[in-house]
Design a protein around this ligand. Structure first.
Ligand SMILES: C[S@@+](CC[C@H](N)C(=O)[O-])C[C@H]1O[C@@H](n2cnc3c(N)ncnc32)[C@H](O)[C@@H]1O
Length: 344
């Protein structure tokens, strides 16, 4: 198994080169929209998404090869709930030779056997969604009794079954209008579990969601928590823009379509995960270069300021933020090896 990650030097160097050249480095991939939760903040489990079918491992291999013409990508496997997909392990195996597969899960289907298979297949990072330290509130937000307990159990299993120190486990919370006070207890829970903590800002553009943007001095509070808790590994440059993003006063450019893009379970590519209705083409059938130039055209035409989710925010903080060295250091903390059977 060591070879799975240690032989990745060439891949890492190509990735670093593309990163420094500000090219495409991050892809969100929904392998199916099928979900066993009914989250109040997300529309992906509803019509019209849920009947879209699922991506096969063979199709994932085609996507992996085509994307490799641009260069190695961090491929964030999601959905729906990705662990419902019967071919999840072969999909990770198909992505791994050229890319860095990571996954976000609700944690409900994590078993020790499955976790081992995922790590052995070459998964680099797994984040489990937990939005409230109060189990009842989390279960209510996720539309699933027992969701909190399952998420915590998953974090323990995933951390204990890692097969290489470079494999990382994070807890991740969506910051909405009523959970800022839950963040510190969640950071403390992450510390007790030996893992690290991340946040992302709620986007109401995911379908037809009502606005649940948090108010107040979000950035100051989150940065102050980061200063006190080293397990809170979100980038400072990312957290610094939460208040402006939530208050809709952030005028900065979005780099979706330029440094990141989205692929759905049919291979349809769009510049943004919240803009699936504007595809740039199908990666399974269309020419990569044509898709790439349409993505860039979407990026240039895009003046959307609707979200500040971690997929774009972390990249943009490192590539375009004011304190790039500081953000690069924070990124190192987010990705650096953690000894097996050790704690962050
Ligand atoms: C769509 S989910 C798919 C993975 C998995 N089912 C889960 O719940 O973690 C991927 C991530 O997006 C987050 N998310 C869901 N709705 C969101 C929204 N409206 N704005 C921002 N993030 C959202 C989830 O909490 C999760 O961390």
């Amino acid at each position: 198994m060591w070879s799975v990650l240690t032989n990745d030097l060439g891949k890492k160097l190509r990735f670093a080169r593309n990163f420094l050249r500000r090219r495409m480095v991050h892809v969100n991939l929904q392998i199916s929209y099928n979900c066993n939760f009914r989250c109040g903040i997300c529309d992906f489990w509803k019509e019209p998404y849920r009947d879209k079918g699922r991506l096969s491992a063979a199709e994932a291999a085609v996507i992996a090869n085509k994307l490799n013409e641009i260069g190695p990508q961090i491929i964030s496997i999601g959905g729906g709930e990705p662990m419902l997909h019967p071919e999840l392990v072969p999909i990770v195996r198909a992505l791994r030779p050229h890319h860095f597969p990571v996954m976000i899960t609700n944690g409900s289907l994590v078993t020790a056997a499955m976790a081992r298979q995922l790590w052995q297949a070459g998964m680099v990072e797994i984040s489990v969604s937990l939005d409230y330290a109060d189990p009842h509130k989390h279960d209510a937000q996720r539309g699933k009794p027992g969701a909190f307990e399952q998420g915590v159990a998953a974090l323990k299993i995933l951390h204990a079954t890692r097969t290489h120190p470079e494999q990382r486990v994070h807890m991740i919370s969506v910051i909405v209008d009523d959970n800022l006070d839950e963040v510190e207890p969640l950071i403390e829970l992450s510390r007790d579990l030996g893992i690290t903590y991340l946040v992302t800002l709620y986007s109401h553009s995911r379908g037809n969601q009502p606005s649940r943007a948090p108010a107040g001095d979000l950035s100051r509070r989150l940065l102050e928590l980061k200063q006190r808790h080293r397990h809170f590994v979100a980038l400072r440059g990312y957290l610094a823009r939460f208040s402006a993003a939530a208050g809709r006063t952030d005028r900065s450019r979005c780099h979706a379509g330029h440094n990141l893009c989205n692929i759905d379970c049919r291979g349809m590519v769009s510049f943004c995960i919240d803009r699936l209705e504007h595809p740039a083409g199908n990666l399974l059938t269309d020419n990569l270069r044509e898709i790439e130039s349409r993505l860039l055209a979407s990026h240039r035409a895009n003046d959307c300021r609707a979200c500040w989710t971690s997929c774009r925010g972390s990249i943009e903080a490192i590539l375009y933020g004011r304190q790039r060295l500081l953000n690069a250091w924070d990124y190192h903390q987010m990705t650096r090896p953690v000894p097996l059977h050790g704690r962050f």
